[in-house]
Design a protein around this ligand. Structure first.
Ligand SMILES: O=C(CO)COP(=O)(O)O
Length: 249
């Protein structure tokens, strides 16, 4: 049985004052029936770790370099994230694919580095609107999944987040049938590549305009094991109902 995961991606949002929101999320869920992960900007990680000490909320980074150390100005290694208090890292988010030209191969190398540093890799994939309208959704996400995940992983080392690019920050959400179709295809692909144990154990998140109002219906879709939430994870009053919907799913 896969443990469900409510993950928040704060993106490039939050200074010290945002730790209050983190505290409010932790206080609202002292003993959650699901995993909770918040990925603040790297500048907040160690303070967030202090804020969350003793709580059930885990912390993650939003990217890491594939190398463990070296001459890479501005970059952060997986081990540095772990040292700052992270237990996970988001990799291959569409905003990084678009803003930084990240390829599947680069994301795959980062995923390997994250796992080697003991982090859970939350690997993001998703089609653009143009690709969906061209009927290429399954081809695109399946290519991204194949290219972004390394061989030889176990089911608790990786989480896959399906985030249609056109649903991110837009208020637009795929139909439940569309989400089901993609998640079913991803599950089948994971089973085919990694076998039954790992293929069944890897959690599949949906991301893109998840809000309190639509969370319950999305969480009822087969093979949706939780959500990767952007905007609604910045405010405890929005994120908490999403966590509760997942607990009740
Ligand atoms: O990109 C996302 C999470 O990684 C989703 O963002 P929104 O929830 O703001 O649409």
């Amino acid at each position: 049985m896969r443990r469900k995961l409510a993950a928040g991606n704060w993106k490039m949002n939050g200074t010290g004052a945002a730790l209050e929101a983190l505290k409010a999320i932790a206080n609202a869920h002292p003993d959650p029936a699901v995993d909770i992960l918040i990925c603040p900007p790297a500048t907040l990680l160690s303070r967030a770790a202090d804020t969350l000490s003793g709580s059930a909320v885990a912390l993650g980074g939003q990217d890491c370099h594939a190398e463990p150390s070296g001459a890479h100005t501005g970059d952060i290694s997986a081990a540095m994230l772990a040292d700052a208090g992270a237990s996970a890292v988001i990799l291959g988010h569409s905003e990084r694919r678009a803003d930084h030209g990240e390829t599947d191969a680069r994301i795959c190398a980062k995923t390997r580095a994250a796992i080697d540093a003991g982090l859970v890799a939350v690997v993001c994939i998703g089609e653009t609107l143009h690709q969906r309208e061209a009927g290429r959704t399954l081809e695109i996400v399946s290519g991204q999944l194949a290219g972004s995940l390394p061989d030889g992983i176990t089911g608790n080392e990786v989480v896959v987040a399906y985030e249609p690019v056109w649903a991110i920050g837009t208020g637009k959400v795929p139909t439940l049938e569309q989400i089901a179709e993609v998640h079913e295809a991803l599950r089948a692909q994971l089973l085919g590549r990694y076998g039954s144990e790992t293929g069944h154990a890897i959690r599949l998140l949906y991301g893109g305009s998840v809000k309190p109002a639509n969370a319950a219906e999305i969480f009822a879709v087969p093979n949706v094991d939780g959500a990767l939430v952007g905007g609604a994870s910045l405010v405890a009053a929005d994120f908490s109902p999403i966590v509760k919907a997942l607990e009740n799913a």
